[in-house]
Design a protein around this ligand. Structure first.
Ligand code: GLY
Ligand code: MN
Ligand code: MN
Length: 434
């Protein structure tokens, strides 16, 4: 791993929070992700499943975490299975976890080799009544691939049909939504790396550069700073590409007079940051671009103030809609008649701002987190309003990452990433002086 090891106290705390919610005589199992194939013998780089990482810090394929708080044998209350290494693996793949290293990373005392899983797990299951399965119930999930977890669940249902089944996901959604200080520290590191990337490209962008050249500048800076790379597929969208919300081709040339929207951020230690900045390709906003930009920035600032303990998700989105509506009236994009005729389901502002304002952020970019209950201290959210006007070749989104505080405004983890018009213009003009 390129990142510095996280203190295992985090994973010990996380397991405590999970097991506190388990039923009596129950067992919970968490699997690593597969290494996904491309074709022939090619594979995608390994990405650990975020739940086993959250509960153990183990960042290696073919690992299994078993939690059994009521186990009769103390050493079986938490057990990790890892792939046994050998000389062949050492030569071809390099260092893998030893049992000692797995304990040091996770704080789990009992480590077995994966080859012993079936026998040991059978013994544990005979003393359990319920098994918690880790199904994917994320509100945006649309996964067609059968995961390692899916295969485990199928197999387990066949082998242990008399056990009761329970769901891990609702527990994880609750506990992963509220971040520990060690987690906020990792997200802050990811934001700091993202800042380095953004400052680098402010020096680089000028009319004639290609979107993919900008992408290359970011990845250089990210990896140089111990990130594995992009937290999500980057959007580097000049001109009207910014009006395609999920534009990821990044293959066009940036033109004088156009804006450049970049939704690009680094991961660090599997934690995401999630930034969007919009800058003028030639370093200077036109008066109209600046007016729309300032409107988006005001919405972002006002929306951020609403992220306090007790706020309800739906009410938050309604409020931000009202703030956006007033800005769109100011820009002459909406008129009073449009507002009068709007429906509750599709308010008029959605013509220019058609996506959500915020999402939870953490180990997943669109992270787990409660959305039906009031917001809590130490939840981490993005704030990302935008205004999209294809007919004017303007698409502007601004996105920061904030942590809800017990009282007062949230802390902005991206407060050092330039966002004010003057600052962006100054930094972009500096490069011409060099
Ligand atoms: N970059 C993904 C998002 O902003 O939600
Ligand atoms: Mn984003
Ligand atoms: Mn986002």
């Amino acid at each position: 791993m390129k990142y510095q090891q996280i203190d295992n106290q985090l994973f010990i705390k996380n397991r405590k929070k999970f097991t506190a919610e388990m039923k009596p005589k129950s067992i919970a199992v968490f699997n690593s992700n597969d290494i996904y194939p491309i074709s022939a013998d090619s594979t995608l780089p390994f990405q650990q499943h975020r739940d086993i990482f959250y509960l153990s810090g183990i960042d290696q394929e073919e690992s299994i975490l078993v939690l059994f708080p009521d186990a009769l044998d103390q050493k079986h209350k938490e057990v990790l299975f890892v792939r046994e290494t050998n000389e062949h693996i050492a030569v071809w793949e390099g260092e893998k976890l030893t049992k000692e290293k797995a304990t040091a990373i996770s704080g789990v005392a009992t480590i077995y080799w994966l080859s012993d899983f079936d026998k040991i797990f059978f013994g544990l299951m005979t003393a359990a009544d319920t098994i918690y399965f880790n199904t994917n119930e994320h509100y945006r999930q649309a996964v067609e691939t059968e995961t390692r977890e899916d295969r485990f669940i199928k197999d387990c249902k066949l082998k242990f049909p008399a056990h009761q089944w329970a769901k891990s996901n609702p527990i994880l959604q609750q506990i992963r939504g509220v971040k520990e200080p060690e987690e906020i520290e990792q997200i802050q590191k990811a934001c700091n790396i993202t800042e380095k990337g953004f400052r680098r490209i402010l020096e680089f962008v000028k009319p004639g550069v290609w979107e993919y050249e900008i992408e290359a500048e970011y990845i250089h800076e990210f990896i140089k700073n111990r990130s594995k790379g992009f937290a999500y597929t980057p959007i580097i969208a000049s001109g009207n590409n910014a009006n395609v919300l999920h534009y990821i081709l990044n293959n066009q040339q940036c033109k004088d007079g156009d804006l450049l929207l970049m939704d690009v951020a680094a991961e660090y230690a599997n934690y995401s940051s999630d930034m969007t900045r919009t800058i003028p390709v030639n370093g200077k906003f036109t008066p109209r671009q600046k007016a729309v930009y300032e409107a988006v920035l005001r919405v972002k600032k006002e929306a951020t103030k609403l992220l306090v303990p007790g706020t309800l998700w739906e009410a938050y989105n309604v409020e931000v809609g009202k703030i956006m509506t007033s800005e769109l009236l100011g820009l002459g994009l909406l008129d009073k008649a449009a507002i009068q005729n709007q429906s509750k389901e599709w308010p008029a502002y959605k013509k220019y701002f058609m996506h959500g304002t915020s999402h939870h952020l953490g180990l997943d970019t669109h992270d787990y987190g409660a959305l039906k209950t009031p917001m809590k201290e130490h939840m981490v959210f993005t704030v990302e309003p935008g205004i999209y006007i294809p007919e004017e070749k303007i698409g502007i989104r601004l996105e920061d990452n904030v942590v809800i505080q017990k009282s007062g405004e949230p802390i902005n983890l991206m407060k050092n990433i330039p966002i004010e018009v003057e600052e962006i213009e100054d930094l972009m003009s500096n490069k011409n002086k060099k």
